[in-house]
Design a protein around this ligand. Sequence first.
Ligand SMILES: Cc1cc2nc3c(=O)[nH]c(=O)nc-3n(C[C@H](O)[C@H](O)[C@H](O)COP(=O)(O)OP(=O)(O)OC[C@H]3O[C@@H](n4cnc5c(N)ncnc54)[C@H](O)[C@@H]3O)c2cc1C
Length: 495
Amino acid sequence: MIYDTTIIGAGLTGLMCGYILSKEGQNVCIVEKNHSVGGSIQNFERNGVVFDTGAHYIGGLHEGQSLYRYFKYFNLIDRLVLKKLDPEGFDIIKFADKEYKYAEGKDNFVEKLSGYFPKEREAIKKYINKLKEITKYFPFYNIDLDLNNRNKNDILSINAYKYISSLSTNRKLIDVLTGTSLIHNGEPSKTPLFLHALIGYGYIESSWRVVGGSGKIANFLSSSIKSFGGKIYTDSMVQKINADEKKIKSITLKSGEEIRSKNFISTIHPSLTMKLLKTKLLRKSYRNRINNIENTAGIFSVYIIFKKNSFRYRNSNFFCFDKNTSWETINRNDRVFGNNLFFMTPAISKNDKFAESGIILAKMEFDDVINLKNTTVEKRGDYYKKFKTAKAEQMIAKMEQYFPNFKQNIDKYYTSTPLTYRDYTGTKNGSAYGVIKNSNEPYNVILPVTKIPNFYFAGQNINVHGVHGVTISAVITCSLLLGKKYLINKIRTQN
Ligand SMILES: Cc1cc2nc3c(=O)[nH]c(=O)nc-3n(C[C@H](O)[C@H](O)[C@H](O)COP(=O)(O)OP(=O)(O)OC[C@H]3O[C@@H](n4cnc5c(N)ncnc54)[C@H](O)[C@@H]3O)c2cc1C
């Protein structure tokens, strides 16, 4: 059997590529190394409680908004149970002494923040208008072909921190506007404004949690793919990508099985792909560039099970800061672990009053666990257990500052580190969001096309990370196989 397209990796990108191509009549095969599909959005269970790995909230899902239109095409809108976050404060930037709420919608966002900063109304307006303007340079964000020729070269090199700092001399306002930077690994010297805009603006449009966990997205996509006749092989690690003098012929799995196909899409980290693909069809300089490209930091996660009916469900996300600075404290050269924490309570259908669980995230560099880099899951020893407990306790103690009696409401907790992500999702050094987007090197990006005519890339390393970003990446890569106009029209007419 020779498939039309074989996709490496069944994370959100791989599943979306599989959905599009099988829905459009291709004979598709997806291979995934793990037992479950979903990659960074898979759910896992501890003590009967379901947790999200990633994708704790999703933006732009109101009828007519960008992701809604894509999710409609993927037949997800009618199947997912979504919980809208508080429109008066979906994200809350919390300092020890005061909190600041982000409100849904452009005008409300300005109104709410102007309430805290009455003299800064014009600066806040300018900020939100700029974010909206930037999204217009990205045609797939708007599913709008007409903007195809809009030149965005100048946009790519605008540095987010520089731009936001130029809007006002009010230090606190700058801290608040950059307060959600953990969700895009904000670094003052590197993060481009377009990344900040594409991720942030979707949430300002509207913010949602998937009731029961974002892994449901993966499960629905996978059942649709199977219903279209696509094949998904789990527990199937790709060990080799085989080429002849002109193109890719097949992949070889760990089991030794060979899968042949006309086209291939890799959704795994490009440097991992390079390791599997030994061919002269790619230049050494290209490989070196991919292998040396910088990646975002990792995440340390604490997954909490609360005592029954003890901790109130919060319909907002919290970005908690120890000191009065946000981006400054998470700069790589000047960072203190746990000074910038994300906290949320997942939405469950059983109970809207009390939270069953909570998730705390903190940025963590691979260097912090590098001495264990040669270990594998469940075999990292006592030092690792102690290290994880110490970090978790440090984060839990900090949460007391924002939520009194936080600790006494905890029944159990579990943790994960960048090593966990590296070993489960195969991302380089446990990087949370993959290849870094850097305003100083706007063209050092990896394109979906390669020099090999039947080999493509897709996913968070190619486009913007996050549910919205990888959805667009899957559509862009599949449009190279199906035709851009054809696919976009299909997506538009599904709405
Ligand atoms: C902690 C955390 C929190 C996040 N929170 C949010 C959020 O709130 N909202 C949001 O929108 N986004 C969030 N994200 C980002 C989002 O989850 C990711 O950008 C997105 O899921 C990446 O999807 P992907 O398919 O590109 O990559 P992945 O999910 O990494 O998928 C790659 C897949 O390839 C498989 N694979 C790797 N190597 C091989 C191999 N050799 N053979 C076969 N299979 C292989 C992996 O097992 C994996 O399943 C978060 C991410 C993290 C880490």
